[in-house]
Design a protein around this ligand. Structure first.
Ligand code: TRP
Length: 481
């Protein structure tokens, strides 16, 4: 093998990949979307999406990375070479830039809130009205928001700069146990508050009336985001694996860890929110508006607030490094850059692209492109177009184009026992990957197109893109025969 770095141990890979998966998606987003969509009923649907669609696509992504030992562009180049597929890989690298640029802004708030908590700013929060006004004034402050965005970007660059073993693997091995420990503390604090049982009941007793087609789509979209699927982040991490590693078992462990942490975060947050008599369906503001009020009312609230935002920052950091690593791996593999140079140059580029996202909460609040702020556009582009698009094409590629016999030979390396003992699992994987995943992702994609009521010409653009993509696919299938 060449001088490409590899994970020092299987645990190192699993912790790093779980670190990528566990992020703002688990601790900020999952609790509030579950809160808005009926609690337990939503959680149930989400678990099904994770098991039937998320896990099969995760295995496919890791496989592509391990086989090719490349970033997404290099992987598609090596396995197909057709410009269309190389373009799919490139979209992954672009998605890395886009997601990271706004992810660091929210993660920056989290660092900012550690500092605010330490300063005792939360003690005056008597109700969510006060705390949301405070939040608005913080994000309205350009120095505050850009400053913390920059600080978080530098932290991310620092870890990736140090490389796979000394940076990402070592960092994950330290940060993941810390994250776990902090979360357990917060869960214990939450469930021991008087009145916490109402929060737990909310999380465990389903309200099926709140479930609509829309919640199913939100659940699937979130399943992709939370396991870092659809843009080659897991592919890139998989590219530092060797042939002796058992991919399906690693993928299963990553998914279980990710789900477990999301549920624990839900428990910690809802038990406290209900115990303190706050609204569980507060939406995206649940963490930054509602929780500070909860902490203000809680004995020893300052300490809990600091621990909570520290947890959020650590979770975001282990995810952000996986996003930057995709971009860096591309420049290292394909353009022969030195890792350190790639980190400094592109880390900085991401930092700059993120500034308009940070400014979307203050001076650029009213500057709209396609009817949205820069921040909302970045989020929309990534979460509704690039990730589902990427997930769709990865499922199609591994399911249909790569050559399933080769796929099975590659998958078998390191996991012979699974093939011998449970051939049915492999069969199920094939069916989920070939049919269920692409169809479901496509439905989500169509749905997110419909959501775009604001600008008509954009809707037309979307349809044009879909038709072109389908046409290309039909053409590809023809060639194969
Ligand atoms: N999974 C992370 C979260 O839950 C976010 C993330 C990191 C991500 N890398 C990704 C999402 C790659 C999609 C693709 O917060």
């Amino acid at each position: 093998m060449n001088n490409r770095e590899h994970w020092g141990s299987k645990a190192g890979f699993i912790l790093a990949a779980a670190g990528s998966a566990i992020g703002l998606g688990n601790i900020w987003k999952f609790p509030y979307i579950a809160g808005e969509n009926g609690g337990a009923a939503f959680v149930f649907i989400y678990l099904i999406c994770i098991a039937l669609i998320g896990l099969p696509v995760l295995i496919a992504e890791i496989m592509m990375g391990r086989t090719t030992q490349r970033n997404p562009v290099g992987a598609f180049k090596k396995l197909s070479g057709k410009p269309f597929w190389v373009a799919v890989g490139s979209l992954g690298v672009i998605a890395g830039f886009v997601i990271l640029s706004f992810y660091t802004v929210i993660a920056g708030w989290s660092i900012g809130y550690i500092v605010e908590a330490l300063k005792g700013s939360f003690s005056q929060f008597s109700d969510p009205g006060v705390s949301s006004a405070y939040f608005e004034s913080q994000v309205g402050n350009v120095t505050w928001i850009v400053g913390y965005h920059t600080l978080f970007s530098f932290l991310t660059m620092g870890v990736v700069f140090a490389g796979i073993n000394k940076g990402i693997e070592k960092g994950s091995k330290i940060m993941m146990p810390v994250l776990f420990f902090l979360l357990i503390l917060l869960v214990i604090r939450g469930v021991t508050l008087p009145g916490a049982e109402k929060g737990l009941a909310f999380l465990w007793s389903p309200d099926w009336s709140k479930i609509s087609g829309q919640s199913v789509l939100i659940a699937l979209g979130h399943a992709f985001f939370t396991i870092s699927l659809g843009m080659g982040a897991m592919m890139t991490y998989g590219s530092y694996l060797s042939e002796k590693d058992h991919v399906p078992s690693a993928a299963l462990q990553i998914v279980i860890l990710d789900t477990f942490i999301a549920l624990l975060a839900g428990i910690a947050i809802f038990s406290s929110v209900f115990a303190m008599g706050q609204d569980p369906a507060a939406g995206p503001g649940l963490i930054f508006h509602t929780l500070p009020v909860v902490f203000a009312k809680m004995p020893g609230g300052v300490v809990w607030a600091v621990l909570f935002f520290l947890l959020l920052t650590v979770a975001a950091l282990t995810s952000a490094i996986s996003l930057l690593e995709v971009v860096v791996a591309y420049f290292v593999d394909e353009r022969k850059w030195k890792r350190q140079n790639a980190v400094m140059v592109f880390g900085f580029v991401v930092l700059l692209i993120g500034i308009p996202s940070a400014l979307s909460f203050n001076v650029m609040k009213d500057v709209h492109f396609f009817g949205k702020t820069w921040f909302d556009n970045a989020d929309y582009l990534a979460s509704n177009i690039l990730l589902p698009g990427g997930g769709f094409f990865i499922a199609i590629f591994v399911g249909w184009i790569w050559g399933f016999d080769t796929v099975l030979i590659e998958l078998k390396k390191g996991s012979e026992s699974l093939f011998d003992k449970y051939p049915i699992v492999i069969k199920a994987w094939k069916i989920f990957l070939r049919f269920l995943a692409p169809v479901m992702i496509f439905v989500v994609f169509l749905h997110s197109v419909d959501l775009l009521e604001s600008v008509w010409h954009q809707i037309h653009m979307q349809w044009v893109i879909i038709i072109i993509q389908v046409a290309i696919l039909i053409k590809l299938f023809h060639k194969k025969k």
